[in-house]
Design a protein around this ligand. Structure first.
Ligand SMILES: C[S@@+](CC[C@H](N)C(=O)[O-])C[C@H]1O[C@@H](n2cnc3c(N)ncnc32)[C@H](O)[C@@H]1O
Length: 246
């Protein structure tokens, strides 16, 4: 199962509905907030994911929870035949579509509205699947991961970039101050939806990371699972594969 942290705690609707509403609300300045919250380091992290995918020479790539399409756009460097970005928020996809049009990559990248827990794709249809800061938001984590496993071709690569938590002094303390005070403050200052920037650190704190997330990937049939902590553990990359056919 996923974590039980909702953005709008006073509302009765499901976590999935709330997460969708939240991303629709913040889509307009999501990219700007991302850059200031991570001091732009997220670009460096994303490049590492793109490199891992490039090494496999993937021709068909699915970017789940693509949001405003940052990963989908960067993955164009891999020179695949097709990139599909899927997201549950229309608002985020609308921003992504504009960025793709601007870069004249409409022939390569298709953005699709959909739910990671019920993917509209055939079994074994992609050489690579990526998720950037998305798995934490799945309502049912196992369902989302098993769907990703289903649509990935045997031998295909799965790469996740997600928040995690530094464990050592002083990074643990600096991270706590950043997530508990600075991010909500930036949210209040720059975002129309300050609850979203309270949800972000709360969901990051509750989400399994490191070995705990490796084990969840293994439970969902991924193999050769490895994790790579970034910036003293503030984020992590997880690399895994679907077992190849004999
Ligand atoms: C933090 S944003 C990440 C966006 C983008 N991947 C990036 O790296 O910037 C999380 C995204 O996950 C999407 N999302 C959450 N739950 C989803 C689901 N069940 N299926 C598809 N997308 C989902 C949200 O709409 C949002 O765009």
């Amino acid at each position: 199962m996923g974590i039980d942290v909702k953005p709008y705690k006073d509302q009765p609707n499901s976590r999935k509905e709330q997460v969708t509403e939240m991303f629709n609300n913040i889509s307009g300045n999501y990219d700007f907030m991302n850059r200031i919250m991570t001091f732009g380091v997220d670009i460096k992290w994303r490049k590492k994911v793109v490199k891992m995918v490039a090494e496999t020479k993937a021709k068909t790539i699915l970017d789940i929870a693509t949001g405003t399409g940052d990963f989908a756009l960067m993955l164009a460097e891999v020179k695949p035949q097709k990139i599909v970005g899927l997201d549950i928020s229309n608002g985020m996809l609308a921003v992504g579509k504009e960025k793709i049009k601007e870069k004249q990559l409409d022939h390569l990248i298709e953005l699709v509205l959909g739910d990671s827990e019920n993917l509209p794709f055939a079994d074994n249809s992609f050489d690579a699947v990526t998720v950037g800061f998305g798995v934490r938001n799945f309502e049912n984590l196992d369902k989302g991961l098993s769907e990703i496993h289903r649509v990935l071709r045997p031998g295909g690569i799965f790469v996740v970039l997600e928040t995690s938590q530094p464990e050592k002094f002083p990074f643990k303390q600096v991270y706590k101050i950043h997530t508990k005070y600075i991010i909500p403050f930036l949210g209040k200052l720059f975002s129309k939806d300050e609850k979203a920037y309270e949800y972000l650190p709360e969901s990051a704190e509750a989400f399994p990371y490191g070995n705990a997330f490796n084990n969840i990937l293994k439970k969902n049939k991924f193999i050769s699972v490895q994790n790579y902590p970034l910036m003293f553990g503030a984020a992590s990359i997880y690399k895994a594969y679907k077992k190849a056919d004999k």
